[in-house]
Design a protein around this ligand. Structure first.
Ligand code: NAI
Length: 252
């Protein structure tokens, strides 16, 4: 690694949501930076593709559901040691407030908040036990900065992830464990590809016109932010929200 502070050789990283989009880009980049990567997702086939992309020798796959704490605990315990958690798994849901049902809220909350909470609790417990610090990176969203029509369930869960990040950072800082969130703007991934084509066109056109950098994000843009927060390059950074968004909050 050209710059030593970014070198993850000898470190072990656990990445959730690693079968697709941003999580896959994180798994591949962390492996490229020298880490042994444990890639977790409910999509077993997608995990195999990620492992193939990253070079199989540096990646182990864990098909699991992040809403199941026991599965997460077992997978994390099997890593041997743990230096980095990137809790990326998440789902999108869009519905107007007046049409939002209890079951929508429960489903999004279970994956986008509880799934992150469980991973953070289990990982922080292991890191404290090891006594050698660590870095936890959560995945929030630009939705926490804007109202975002339709984004009640999604935004509530992501705002809770921000709160979790700050609270946990305060509590585990004395153990040398850093906790930071990444809050990306619109990033082209299978998640955004599945969204309503009219919304996609609107956001892409707004980003091109309004974002200082004039484009939407790519998964690698977010993975580089995660690598920074995972590595010693950010050794004095904790409880922060890093916003790779081309210079604007999500403009819709
Ligand atoms: P994606 O849909 O491409 O990838 C999400 C991954 O999470 C998938 O592989 C999926 O199988 C996995 N996953 C979902 N529920 C799971 C569960 N219960 N257990 C295990 N794995 C599960 O989505 P993308 O775009 O890569 O999103 C990744 C994260 O980034 C999400 O948390 C998302 O909310 C966040 N994000 C994405 C933005 C974007 O514009 N794409 C913007 C801001 C945040």
């Amino acid at each position: 690694m050209a710059v030593k502070a970014y070198d993850l050789s000898g470190r072990t990283a656990f990445v959730t949501g690693a079968a697709s989009g941003i999580g896959r880009a994180c798994a591949v980049l962390l492996a490229e930076a020298g880490a042994t990567v444990h890639a977790a997702d409910r999509d077993a086939r997608g995990l195999e593709d990620t492992a193939a992309l990253a070079g199989r020798e540096s990646v182990r796959v864990h098909p699991l559901d992040v809403t199941d704490r026991t599965q997460l605990r077992r997978a994390l315990a099997s890593c041997g040691r743990l230096d980095v958690l990137a809790a990326v798994a998440g789902i999108m849901h869009s519905s107007p407030v007046l049409e939002t049902r209890d079951e929508d809220l429960d489903r999004v909350w279970a994956v986008n908040f509880k799934g992150v909470l469980y991973a953070c609790q289990e990982a922080a417990g292991l890191m404290i036990g090891q006594g050698s610090g660590g870095s936890i990176v959560t995945m929030a969203s630009g939705a926490v900065d804007t109202g975002g029509a339709g984004l009640l369930c999604y935004g509530v869960a992501k705002a809770a992830v921000v709160q979790l990040t700050k609270t946990l950072a305060t509590e585990v800082g004395p153990h040398g464990i850093r906790v930071n969130a990444v809050a990306p703007g619109w990033v082209r991934t299978p998640m955004t590809d599945r969204s309503d084509p009219a919304a996609q066109a609107r956001v892409e056109s707004s980003m091109t016109r309004l974002a200082p950098l004039g484009r939407v994000g790519e998964p690698e843009d977010v993975a580089h932010a995660v690598l920074y927060l995972a590595s010693d390059a950010s050794a004095f950074v904790t409880g922060q929200i890093l916003r790779p968004n081309g210079g604007v909050a999500m403009p819709w």
